[in-house]
Design a protein around this ligand. Structure first.
Ligand code: N7H
Length: 444
């Protein structure tokens, strides 16, 4: 707990969605708004700042419903934030996600021209996320929210996505999600891996020292302090294709489950291969005290248990030998499933839209999200696997390869199609509560 006492995070100024994992089950919605009138936009900031809960409060004043708000670069512009302040935000944020499509692997059917409108355009200004334990309480809060923005002439709702988390946090491919979270110095909120040294607060929140000792500040400081960057991506999952690939590349139902686990690094129950390499252990998968308590290097440096190319080992290599240092590319994830589940055993696509609203939270879009997406998900050089991409979420296009180290000979999968397609997304900034009031009080 090195220097834990030195960083005191101003939890009462940080939006709750940044630091606090959400309890499952829940229903959620993402709403994108366009600000046509600057004054209405500022009034909206003032209203929302009163309902957004801070990370200091374990309960919410809004019938257990949690609201988070984030703005795009175009949103800050629409509110009239001065250019010198806009210029003090990170370069990637100012560019926006659509401009970074090639680096992110958003090409072909995932390219911005094919995204759901108006995602990726200058029309998306504010993104509001609301999370509630059940549909009833949720509708009550939404009705109030709708009344507020409809009463503000000059605010238009331009996009919406409903999401949900099941009690076991299973996502459309059938894996338990929401297990691994980093620990953050000074937050008082524990991480999920007791073997991971807590990360410096500046990795996730602006205004505090990061792993390099640097402190990110905006102009004026109040605008960025206690805020963070958020990346939203609507990721469509081709569940039938995934099932058919597993089926065609295994020789029994048990082998199929093993292949799925090798690609993920965890069994569908969430149990990690690192702790149970030969068979699933649902009790371990559901146990938050044990299901993330592992590293890779000491007893699995070659990846016999958890292949280097599996989704979880790529996106967080922990202590494994790789080119670079894993610690400086960590992220908080707030993924939420959307769409109906494909019934068990169905191998044909039913045409339904289902997938994950992926949300990244971190202080550095370039060094954290973009690096992981481009170097670790869509390339394999960092651990010596050439051009192999993530077998589950990589932009594979039918040519993907995946190696399972095994004795006496490795097992190699080829011809992996693309199981995940991007339907849109935005780079946003989630301001602190004081910053929201600063935005509300802008004049000119
Ligand atoms: Fe991934 N999935 O539900 O199948 N992810 N992910 N992810 N992911 C993880 O550990 C999934 C995506 C990370 O610390 C689990 O909580 C799906 C992107 C990171 O051990 C599962 C999609 C990026 C981790 C999934 C998707 C990441 C992680 C295991 C897209 C970053 C933690 C459960 C549709 C660019 C690794 C858990 C660690 C874990 C799924 C996308 C990153 C089940 C379906 C785009 C850092």
């Amino acid at each position: 707990m090195r220097e834990e006492a030195n960083t005191i995070l101003e939890l009462n100024d940080i939006q709750s969605g940044v630091l606090r994992p959400r309890p499952a089950p829940y229903v959620a919605t993402y709403i994108a708004l366009r600000i046509d009138d600057r004054r209405a936009g500022r009034e909206l900031m003032s209203t929302i700042s009163r309902v957004v809960t801070s990370a200091a409060h374990p309960s919410s004043p809004l019938a257990d419903t949690w609201v988070s708000v984030a703005l795009t670069y175009h949103g800050f512009k629409a509110l009239g934030v001065p250019q010198k302040s806009l210029d003090s935000f990170s370069w990637e944020f100012r560019q926006g996600m659509a401009a970074r499509a090639k680096e992110l692997g958003d090409v072909g059917e995932s390219s911005p021209e094919k995204w759901e409108m108006p995602l990726g355009t200058s029309e998306v200004h504010v993104v509001i996320a609301a999370v509630s334990p059940d549909a009833e309480r949720f509708e009550e809060v939404l009705a109030r929210a709708r009344k507020t923005y409809r009463s503000l002439n000059g605010i238009e709702a331009v996009w919406r996505q409903n999401c949900h988390a099941l009690p076991d946090e299973k996502e459309p491919f059938g894996f338990r999600d929401g297990i691994s979270h980093p620990a953050i110095e000074g937050s008082g909120i524990p991480g999920s891996n007791p073997k991971e040294q807590p990360l410096k607060a500046g990795e996730f929140v602006l205004g505090y020292p990061d792993e390099f000792g640097s402190i990110q500040k905006t102009d004026p400081e109040v605008l960025g302090r206690n805020g963070t960057y958020v990346v939203f991506r609507k990721l469509h999952q081709r569940v039938a294709d995934f099932r058919r690939y597993l089926n065609a590349n295994s020789n029994s139902p048990e082998d199929e489950e093993l292949l799925a686990a090798k690609m993920m690094g965890r069994w569908r129950s969430g149990a990690p291969l690192a702790l149970c390499p030969f068979h699933d252990d649902p009790q371990l998968g559901a146990d938050p005290r044990r299901n993330n308590d592992f590293l890779f290097d000491e007893d699995d440096s070659a990846g016999f248990k958890t292949p280097g190319g599996s989704h979880i080992r790529r996106t967080n290599p922990r202590d494994a030998s790789i080119a670079g240092v894993a610690r400086i590319h960590r992220m908080i994830r707030r993924g939420t499933a959307y769409g109906p589940l494909l019934p068990e055993g169905v191998l044909d696509d039913d045409g339904a839209d289902r997938g994950l609203m992926f949300a990244f939270v971190g202080a550095n879009i370039g060094r954290q999200f973009e690096f992981v997406q481009s170097q670790w998900v869509n390339d394999g050089i960092f651990f010596g696997a050439g051009a192999d991409r993530d077998p589950i979420i990589g932009s594979n296009g039918g040519e993907g390869g995946f190696t399972q180290p095994r004795k006496p000979v490795r097992r190699r999968c080829q011809g992996i199609p693309q199981f995940v397609a991007t339907r849109g997304g935005e780079y946003c900034f989630m301001p602190g509560l004081r910053a929201m009031r600063w935005l509300a009080e802008l004049e000119t």
